[in-house]
Design a protein. Structure first.
Length: 286
């Protein structure tokens, strides 16, 4: 795909967030990555969106091409501030927010706080608070448990080869097709190496995030904007049970389970996921 975006920088408390904008009619579609990845997670999906809608992608602080301030408190709460800074920068209302993986809490928090600015919400194999039958990927468990995580960080700093093997094993399992896996994994890992402080800090914040958002779950029942839940059905972690629980919580939700797709549903089935995103944008205008 030929590069058709304009790259700029949103300011967040004196730090720069990399933003890419693809022109098109509104409402703007804002694609958010989780961890351990960046805005390139949507590269395979962009050809099905660009030119049809305005599309915005960005890297959260600490990730990809955005600034990586040392000692910064990388938390779900602060990622909500990142999203707010990006939306103020691009000047787009209303928006269709597309959340995947760890961007679920900031996307949902922002949507619930600003429902009048949200045309729609699309959830792709993501989470909010703790839910029965959800599972953390093995690497996430390793880096989120107290005490264990400190040892894991020390080992991975010392043995880069082990860090790479763990990444390729864990993230490789998120992708269905071997050819796509071989192309995407080296690119994502190269960017991830500089993002490990953000990754480790977000993992340390994970248990608190799950508990605090679990308590806020009743607020989701008050969210009246359209919600589309599109989950890869073969994801063993953020799985079909999580998808169905989201469908129960949001009063105006539509659920689509994509058979054969794994955790990176937008990588495994980019055209199908793009169609769901475009439908969410269309529904907001009807």
């Amino acid at each position: 795909m030929a590069e058709s975006f304009v790259e700029s920088w949103a300011d967040r408390a004196g730090h720069r967030i990399r933003v890419r904008e693809h022109s098109g009619p509104g409402p703007a579609v804002v694609l958010m990555h989780g961890f351990p990845d960046d805005l390139h997670l949507y590269d395979r999906m962009l050809p099905y969106l660009v030119g049809i809608r305005r599309v915005v992608t960005f890297d959260f602080l600490g990730w990809g091409g955005s600034d990586k301030p040392a000692g910064y408190p990388y938390t779900a709460h602060n990622q909500t501030g990142d999203l707010d800074a990006v939306l103020a920068h691009v000047g787009s209302d209303p928006v269709v927010l597309v959340a995947h993986d760890a961007s679920g809490p900031p996307a949902i928090d922002w949507a619930v706080a600003h429902p009048d600015r949200v045309a729609g919400l699309v959830l792709l194999n993501t989470y909010y608070g703790w839910m029965p039958r959800m599972r953390a990927p093995e690497a996430i468990t390793l880096y989120s448990l107290p005490v264990v995580r400190n040892l894991a960080r020390a080992v991975m700093r010392r043995f880069e080869g082990l860090d790479r093997r763990l990444y390729f094993w864990q993230v490789g399992g998120f992708i269905r097709d071997a050819d796509v896996r071989a192309e995407l994994l080296p690119q994502l890992y190269a960017a991830f190496r500089g993002s490990r402080p953000a990754f480790w800090r977000l993992n340390a914040d994970l248990l608190r995030t799950l508990l605090t958002r679990w308590r806020r779950a009743p607020q989701l029942r008050e969210f009246r904007r359209p919600v589309r839940i599109v989950f890869g059905a073969q994801d063993p972690y953020l799985n079909v049970h999580v998808a169905r629980r989201f469908a129960e919580l949001f009063p105006h939700a539509e659920l689509e389970l994509v058979r054969g797709a794994r955790h990176y549903v937008q990588v495994d089935e980019p055209e199908r996921v793009a169609a769901a995103v475009l439908q969410a944008a269309a529904d907001s205008m009807s």
